[in-house]
Design a protein around this ligand. Sequence first.
Ligand SMILES: [Zn+2]
Length: 116
Amino acid sequence: MAKINRIRTFALALIFIGIFIMYIAIFVFSENPILMSFAMIIGFLSVLSSALVYLWIGMQSMKTVQVICPSCEGATKILGRVDACMHCNEPLTIDKALEGKELDARYNRKSSFNPK
Ligand SMILES: [Zn+2]
């Protein structure tokens, strides 16, 4: 799955988890104000961090390179050196040195990448 889509799915899941926790706080812990406010804070933080993730995706997507996928010929975005096509999950790279090699997420970590 393309990285941006994956992060978006994660951010969306965080919102639902946050709302779910707050829902539990109100309807399940209503007898216990300490537990309720604790759960409310956790739920609120979850929704808040999701908003931060969305903000971060917005900034990351400015750094992406738009390319035409050679496999499905759709326009997709590459984040980092190696990413997957948004439409067909074809692994793509913008680095000529990696072309034709088996692509792996570890190529995105510059420190561990050792071209041989
Ligand atoms: Zn594609």
